[in-house]
Write a protein that binds this ligand. Structure first.
Ligand SMILES: Nc1ncnc2c1ncn2[C@@H]1O[C@H](COP(=O)(O)OS(=O)(=O)O)[C@@H](OP(=O)(O)O)[C@H]1O
Ligand SMILES: Nc1ncnc2c1ncn2[C@@H]1O[C@H](COP(=O)(O)OP(=O)(O)O)[C@@H](O)[C@H]1O
Length: 199
């Protein structure tokens, strides 16, 4: 619930379009969503590195890192996940306003939360990237050994085990990370950025 009373929005002297023109490229959010271990962080960072090498202003907001700071008060209940994603959406909007291509790597398991974030952005600025990977494969990868802990009952409310993941219905990009290499995934995302004249 918003508590924003007696406050006034100020228009900035330098606009998003001024920054885009100065940068020589557009800005948008690449909103990754998928199970733990599906490859969100790996692919988001590979995209970020390639953009950076090309002199493009970019930034990665990563689940684990944000939960160490900005969102350290939040856990993994449904309500906390919703608040986690709401805050990240607002932060991502600031990055897009600043002229950057921001990639976000959060499970973001709930469709209504992702759709709310989409509604914050102008047409074409929100690119939902569904990293689709069978849970069996995520569980074999288990880069942080979290599935093993969840199976032993040491972590509760683990996504895909005892907490739901709602697949996107109309994502702009689907990456099947059990079938594509990281390089192929990066190529697919770059194609979308070119198609939208962002780069
Ligand atoms: N219960 C539970 N369920 C899912 N994930 C868990 C849990 N506890 C800890 N972790 C670790 O936290 C990372 C997910 O954080 P997110 O902020 O992306 O989650 S969410 O979007 O709010 O659902 C997730 O990181 P990724 O593996 O990068 O997805 C895990 O490392
Ligand atoms: N095609 C692929 N795309 C992304 N990650 C892959 C792929 N194949 C294997 N992996 C591995 O799977 C793991 C994915 O972990 P991570 O990127 O942290 O996922 P998430 O951020 O979704 O939790 C990494 O160890 C990565 O090296």
């Amino acid at each position: 619930m918003s508590k924003a009373t007696n406050i006034t929005w100020h228009d900035a002297a330098v606009t998003k379009n001024d920054r885009r023109a100065s940068n020589g490229h557009g800005s948008c959010v690449l909103w990754f969503t998928g199970l733990s271990g599906s490859g969100k962080s790996t692919i988001a960072n590979a995209v970020s590195s390639k953009l950076f090498q090309q002199g493009i202003n970019e930034y990665v907001l990563d689940g684990d890192n944000i939960r160490h700071g900005l969102n350290q008060d939040l856990g993994f209940s449904d309500d906390d996940r919703t608040e986690n994603i709401r805050r990240i959406g607002e932060v991502a909007k600031l990055f897009v306003d600043s002229g950057k291509i921001v990639t976000t790597a959060f499970i973001s398991p709930f469709r209504t939360d992702r759709d709310h974030i989409r509604s914050l952005f102008e047409e074409g600025e929100f690119i939902e990237v569904f990293v689709e990977c069978p849970i069996e494969t995520c569980e074999v990868r288990d880069p942080k050994q979290l599935y093993a802990k969840a199976r032993r009952g040491e972590i509760k409310d683990f996504t895909g085990i005892d907490s739901p993941y709602e697949r996107p219905q109309h994502p702009e990009i689907i990456i099947q990370s059990h079938l594509l290499s990281v390089d192929e995934a990066v190529q697919k995302i770059f194609s979308k950025l070119r198609e939208r004249f962002i780069i």
